[in-house]
Design a protein around this ligand. Structure first.
Ligand code: COA
Ligand code: AMP
Length: 630
C-alpha cells in the first residue's frame, strides 16, 4: 500500500489501524482497544494493556536472536573513544543499574532525573528507569543550575543520575558544581545521586548522598522488567513555553512504543539490524525518540555521537561516522548542515569517505531552508527529507514516508501529514482555511498514540496551552499553510518560542531573567534571523532613570545573567540599551514589528502603535549590531 491508501485507511478506522500496529509490540497483557476517549478532550491509548518499554527495546531482541548485534555504537571525536555494545551486553548493564536503583528504594512511578551527556550510559540510565517503571526526566547539559533546579522542583525526583562532566570542543563542562548548586537551590530534596565518574574530569562525592555509578551496582540483584499500564508515563521531558516555567511533556508508555516502532520503517526506512543515526542530544526529544527508544525498540543499531558537526575535528566528521559505521538513515538539524557548508562550501571533504550505505538524510527541529537542502542533496547524493514535529508529539506530524512510499520532495515543505494526524489550517476563529492560505496549524483531536496526554501535574496548563484556543483541536503553536496537493508549509511560531541552532528556547524566559536586573526597568527579547543558527535571541533593555551603571557593564551583566540562569545553550549575546520600547496604545510590546525591522523585512505600521518614532530608535540601535539592513 502507498501513502494515500495507508493514510485513508487510518482516517477511516483509526482504531483498527493502531491495533494493527500494536501487534509488533511484545505485551505482557495486550490492549483490548486502542483509544480511550472517556475523558475527552483528554485522550489515552492502550490504557488497559500491560507492557514494559525496556523489554521491548532490549530484552526481546536478546531473546529473538539479536543478542550479539550492536545495540549502541559510541563514537566520541572529542575524546577519541569508540565502543560497541551488543543487545546482550546492554541488557546486563541496564538490569544491573536498574537493580542498583531498586536497591536504593526507587520503584514504579518514582521520578529520576538524568543529567548525563552523550555517552552510552545516558541510554543505560534511561532504559534502567523504564525497566523498573521509574519515570525519567533527562536534562540537557547546556542548561544552567537554575534550570536543573526548576526541573527538580517540578518533577520531584527521588534520585538524580549524573555524570561528572560533559565535553564541549576545547572545554570540559564540570557537571557536579551545577548539580550541587541545583540541589541546593531546589525546594524539593532528593534521596540520593548516582555519579558516573568520567576520567576527563572526576568529581568529589558527598558522603551518604552521592554514590558512585559502579560501586552502587556491586553485589546488587539485576532487576527484571516491571510491567506497567499502557498510560504509565515512561518519561517527562521539559520544553520551553512562553514563560520561564518549562512545560513537562508527559510521554505515555504504550503509545510511545507502538508509534515509534511504526516510524522506524515507514518514515526512516530502516529494517531491524540496520544502523540508524540521529546526531542530536539525549537532552532533546530527538534524542529520546531516535537516539534511544525508536531504534532500539525496532531492533536497529543506534549511534551515540559525542561531537559537533564542525570542529571535532573538522567538517568531515559526519561523513566519517556515516562511512565507518555503515549508517543507513541519518537524522540531524539543518543548522548542523549550515555549519558544515560554512566550513566546506564545496563539500570536498566528503570525497574521502564511502557513504554508499546511506539511503536518506532527515532534517527536523527547525525550518529547513532551501539552500541547505539543495546543498545536502548535491553533496551527499541521497534524498533529503524535511520533517516536522515537536517535543509534544515525540515523532513526525508531517514528513515524507520514505519507507512506505517516497513522495516527491517539494523544497520548503516537510511534505504531508502522517497517519494519526489530521492537520488543518485554522483562522483566528477556528475555521478551516482554504488551500494556500496562511493560518494557525492545528491537529484535530485526538492526537495519535505516544503524543502528550497532558503536562506533568499541570492539566489546566495543558488545556490552556494546547486545547482551549481551538476547541476540538490541538494547537501546535506553528503557523503555515497546506497547498493543493496536501503539502504542509511551516512558516513561523505563533508564540514567544524561538529556535536557536535547533534548540527550542523561550524569549519570555529570557525576559524574566533580564527583568531581574536591578537597573532594568523593562525589556523585550526577540528572535532575529541568523544564517548559521536560524535564529538568535536579541535583548532590548530600558534602564531605570536613576541608573548610573555604564551601558557596557549593563550589556555584560545581561549576557552573564542569561548564561548563568538559563545556560550557554541560550546563545544570548546580543543586547541593546534603548530609551523606550515600541508599544501599542494598550501597552503591548510590538515584538513582531521589532523582528521585522531587525531582519530588514517590509512591515505594515501597526494601527495601534503608540508612537511610531520609537521604531526609528530601534532601527538605529540594531544597525551597530549588524541588523536592520546594516
Ligand atoms: N553542554 C554544555 N554546553 C553546551 C552544550 C552541552 N551539551 N551544548 C551546547 N553548549 C554550549 C556551547 O558550548 C556554546 O557555548 P559557548 O557560548 O561558550 O560557545 C553554547 O552552548 C551554544 O551552543 P550551540 O548553540 O550548540 O552553538 P555552537 O556554536 O557551539 O555550535 C552548531 C553550533 C550549529 C555546530 C551546533 O549548534 C550544532 O551542532 N547543532 C546541531 C543541533 C542539534 O543537534 N539540535 C538538536 C535538535 S535535532
Ligand atoms: P522541539 O519541541 O524542540 O522539537 O521544537 C518544535 C518546534 O520546532 C516546532 O513547533 C517548529 O516551530 C520547529 N520545527 C521543528 N521541525 C520543523 C521543520 N521541519 N520545519 C519548520 N519548523 C520546525
Amino acid at each position: 500500500m502507498g501513502y494515500k491508501a495507508v493514510y485513508d485507511a487510518w482516517k477511516a478506522d483509526p482504531e483498527s489501524f493502531w491495533m494493527e500496529q500494536a501487534k509488533a509490540i511484545d505485551w505482557v497483557t495486550p490492549p483490548t482497544r486502542a483509544l480511550f476517549d472517556e475523558n475527552a478532550p483528554l485522550y489515552e491509548w492502550f490504557k488497559d494493556a500491560r507492557v514494559n518499554t525496556c523489554y521491548n527495546a532490549v530484552d526481546r531482541h536478546v531473546e529473538n536472536g539479536r543478542g550479539e548485534q550492536a545495540a549502541i555504537i559510541y563514537d566520541s571525536p572529542i575524546t577519541g573513544k569508540k565502543d560497541s555494545i551488543t543487545f546482550a551486553e546492554l541488557k546486563d548493564k541496564v538490569a544491573s543499574l536498574a537493580g542498583a536503583l531498586q536497591a536504593k528504594g526507587v520503584t514504579t512511578g518514582d521520578r529520576v532525573i538524568i543529567y548525563v551527556p552523550m555517552v552510552p550510559e545516558a541510554l543505560v540510565a534511561m532504559l534502567a528507569c523504564s525497566r523498573i517503571g521509574a519515570i525519567h526526566s533527562v536534562v540537557f547539559g547546556g542548561f544552567a543550575a537554575n534550570e536543573l533546579a526548576v526541573r527538580i522542583d517540578d518533577a520531584t525526583p527521588k534520585a538524580i543520575i549524573a555524570a561528572s562532566c560533559g565535553l564541549e570542543p576545547g572545554r570540559v563542562v564540570p557537571y557536579k558544581p551545577l548539580l550541587d548548586e541545583a540541589i541546593e537551590i531546589a525546594n524539593h530534596k532528593i534521596d540520593f545521586t548516582l555519579i558516573l565518574q568520567r576520567e576527563e574530569h572526576p568529581c568529589d562525592l558527598i558522603a551518604d548522598r552521592d554514590f558512585d555509578w559502579h560501586a552502587a551496582q556491586d553485589g546488587v540483584t539485576p532487576a527484571n522488567c516491571v510491567p506497567v499500564s499502557g498510560d504509565h508515563p515512561v518519561y517527562i521531558l521539559y520544553t520551553s513555553g512562553t514563560t520561564g516555567q518549562p512545560k513537562g511533556v508527559v510521554r505515555p508508555t504504550a503509545g510511545h512504543i507502538v508509534a515509534l516502532n511504526w516510524t522506524m520503517k515507514n518514515i526512516y526506512n530502516v529494517d531491524p539490524g540496520d544502523v540508524f543515526w540521529a546526531a542530536s542530544d539525549v537532552g532533546w526529544v530527538v534524542g529520546h525518540s531516535y537516539i534511544c527508544y525508536g531504534p532500539l525498540i525496532h531492533g536497529n543499531t543506534t549511534i551515540v555521537f559525542e561531537g559537533k558537526p564542525v570542529g571535532t575535528p573538522d567538517a568531515s566528521t559526519f561523513w566519517r561516522v556515516i562511512a565507518e559505521h555503515n549508517v543507513r538513515s541519518f537524522f540531524t538539524a539543518p543548522t548542523a548542515f549550515r555549519a558544515i557548508k560554512r566550513d566546506d562550501p564545496k563539500g570536498e571533504l566528503i570525497q574521502n569517505f564511502d557513504i554508499s550505505a546511506l539511503r536518506g538524510l532527515y532534517l527536523a527541529g527547525e525550518r529547513a531552508d532551501p539552500d541547505t537542502i539543495e546543498w545536502a542533496q548535491k553533496v551527499m547524493g541521497v534524498p533529503v527529507y524535511d520533517h516536522w514535529w515537536q517535543t509534544e508529539t515525540g515523532y513526525t506530524i508531517a514528513g515524507n514516508p520514505a519507507g512506505l512510499e517516497a513522495l516527491p520532495v517539494k523544497i520548503g515543505s516537510p511534505t504531508v501529514a502522517m497517519p494519526g494526524y489530521d492537520v488543518q489550517i485554522l483562522d483566528e476563529a477556528g475555521h478551516p482555511m482554504p488551500a494556500g492560505e496562511l493560518g494557525a496549524i492545528a491537529v484535530k483531536l485526538p492526537l495519535p498514540p505516544g503524543t502528550l496526554p497532558t503536562l506533568w501535574h499541570a492539566e489546566e496548563r495543558f488545556k490552556k496551552s494546547y486545547l482551549n484556543t481551538f476547541p476540538g483541536y490541538y494547537e501546535t503553536g506553528d503557523a503555515g499553510m497546506i497547498d493543493d496537493d496536501g503539502y504542509l508549509y511551516i512558516m513561523a511560531r505563533t508564540d514567544d518560542v524561538i529556535n536557536v541552532a535547533g534548540h527550542r528556547l523561550s524569549t519570555g524566559a529570557m525576559e524574566e531573567v533580564l527583568a531581574g536586573h536591578p537597573d532594568i526597568a523593562e525589556c523585550a527579547v526577540i528572535g532575529v534571523t541568523d544564517t548559521l543558527k536560524g535564529q538568535l535571541p536579541m535583548g532590548f533593555v530600558c534602564l531605570n532613570k536613576e541608573c548610573e551603571t555604564p551601558v557596557e557593564q549593563i550589556t555584560k551583566d545581561c549576557i552573564a545573567r542569561v548564561r548563568d540562569t538559563i545556560g550557554p545553550v541560550a546563545a544570548f549575546k546580543l543586547v541593546s540599551v534603548v530609551d523606550r520600547l515600541p508599544k501599542t496604545r494598550s501597552g503591548k510590546i510590538l515584538r513582531g514589528t521589532m523582528v521585522k525591522i531587525a531582519d530588514n523585512e517590509d512591515f505594515k505600521m501597526p494601527a495601534t502603535i503608540d508612537d511610531p518614532a520609537i521604531l526609528d530608535e530601534i532601527r538605529a540601535a540594531l544597525k551597530p549590531m549588524g541588523y536592520a539592513g546594516a
